[in-house]
Write a protein that binds this ligand. Structure first.
Ligand code: DX5
Ligand code: ZN
Length: 222
């Protein structure tokens, strides 16, 4: 099997004092997207960044910006993030009271792809009613909140099931997998059916960002 798999470095593990340079380095090394983790200290225990940083990133790279919202009340902030130049926005199913309405609000912005993120304990079958609205699904393979956690292997079965559910849709819906992705875990994640691999510490905590991205891509070419 040879499928084109995209690598999305997560800036959560980058050096924020020189974020622009780190993102440019990732771009030059062949990154396909830049993954941006937005955390509010409520939905997850950690606090990270908001729309002004995404706006700044928009000026630093031509790569698509993939904004992962780990926030409560995401409906309050869709317009703000849409205005930053983000290309993909995902909201957590566990944080969304009116998920269908939320997806409509994202898709009202031409050119922005709408995604739903699911935690490790959320079954993929919860996505069935809204699968037709989605451009991508973000399967969390760690509990959201922090970089550098261990990959949860039960995610592999979820990815495979989701792949089957998507096959029944008759149109492309990408599967993005986030958490604990490294050269050791990437081949299994790809074999299970992932299209996009998010990698934070494996890329930005490595002594050589370029080599790390190429390492993941080699796994992707299995
Ligand atoms: C975790 C974030 C991830 C995180 C992944 O809540 O959503 O994007 O940056 O980091 P690693 O790749 O180190 O597990
Ligand atoms: Zn993420």
């Amino acid at each position: 099997m040879h499928r084109k798999v995209k690598i999305a470095p997560s800036i959560l593990s980058a050096d924020f004092a020189c974020l622009g340079d780190q993102v440019r380095e990732a771009e030059m090394a062949g990154a396909d997207l830049i993954h941006v983790d937005v955390m509010d200290g409520h939905f997850v225990p950690n606090i990270t960044i908001g729309p002004i940083v995404v706006e700044a990133l928009r000026k630093a790279t031509t790569l698509p910006l993939d904004v992962h919202l780990m926030i409560e009340n995401p409906e309050k902030y869709i317009e703000n993030f849409a205005a930053t130049g983000a290309n993909m926005i995902s909201v957590h199913i566990e944080a969304s009271k009116h998920l269908h309405r939320l997806l409509q609000a994202i898709k009202a912005h031409a050119g922005i792809e709408a995604g739903v993120a699911i935690n490790p304990a959320t079954p993929v079958t919860n996505l069935e009613p809204i699968l037709g609205e989605l451009d991508f699904v973000l399967v969390m393979s760690v509990n959201p909140g922090f970089a550098g956690q261990e990959f949860i292997r039960a995610s592999l079965d979820k990815i495979a099931r989701l792949r089957e559910m998507i096959a029944g849709q008759g149109r492309a819906i990408e599967i993005e997998v986030d958490g604990g992705i490294a050269p050791e875990t990437a081949p299994d994640v790809i074999a299970a059916g992932a299209d996009i691999l998010v990698a934070g510490s494996a890329v930005f905590c490595s002594p050589n960002i370029g080599q790390a991205i190429r390492g993941l891509k080699e796994g992707a070419a299995l």
